[in-house]
Ligand binder design. Structure first.
Ligand code: FES
Length: 159
């Protein structure tokens, strides 16, 4: 069958096939695609379009409408700087600025070498440690801009 020629994993093809006749299929499929790849690659959108028999423009309309979906490949490590009220008041923006100056990468971007994604996020529930950021989900608190270089160096230096 032609499905065997797809670059998609078999379980993703099966998922798309199962959801094809159901209402809300596109959003469900896009969630699954993002779960599989970490973002929504163009080549996969083309295959989803073919399998769901849906125009590319409609799929991209949905992908770009929802903030949750990303068309950009994420960095290997995800840095999320909290910009909730407590962290903002204690210097969250200065942390973000320091990261931008070290990595040449602002919130919402991926560093040139693909090692880091940088984002600003809302309160992550550790306000007592403000200002905080997470790297790959691990929380680092009581930060100052001076601590940022040392914090991210091990990730920069890994091969
Ligand atoms: S405001 Fe940053 S953890 Fe709550």
């Amino acid at each position: 069958m032609s499905e065997n020629l797809l670059p998609l994993p078999g379980d993703l093809v099966a998922f798309i096939t199962e959801w094809k006749p159901k209402p809300g299929n596109l959003v469900m499929v896009l969630h699954r695609v993002q779960e599989t790849y970490g973002y929504i690659p163009h080549e996969v959108v083309v295959e989803v379009s073919r399998l769901l028999e849906m125009p590319l423009a409609k799929i991209y309309g949905v992908v770009t409408f929802y903030h949750f979906f990303s068309l950009k490949k994420p960095g290997k490590h995800k840095i999320a700087v909290c910009m909730g009220t407590a962290c903002y008041l204690k210097g969250g923006q200065a942390l973000l600025d320091e990261i931008a100056s070290i990595l040449q990468c602002h919130a919402g971007e991926v560093s040139e070498d693909g090692k880091f994604s940088v984002d600003s996020v809302r309160c992550i529930g550790c306000c007592g440690l403000a200002p905080v950021l997470t790297i790959d989900g691990k929380v680092y608190g009581d930060l100052t801009p001076a601590k940022i270089a040392g914090l991210i160096a091990p990730f920069q230096n890994e091969s």
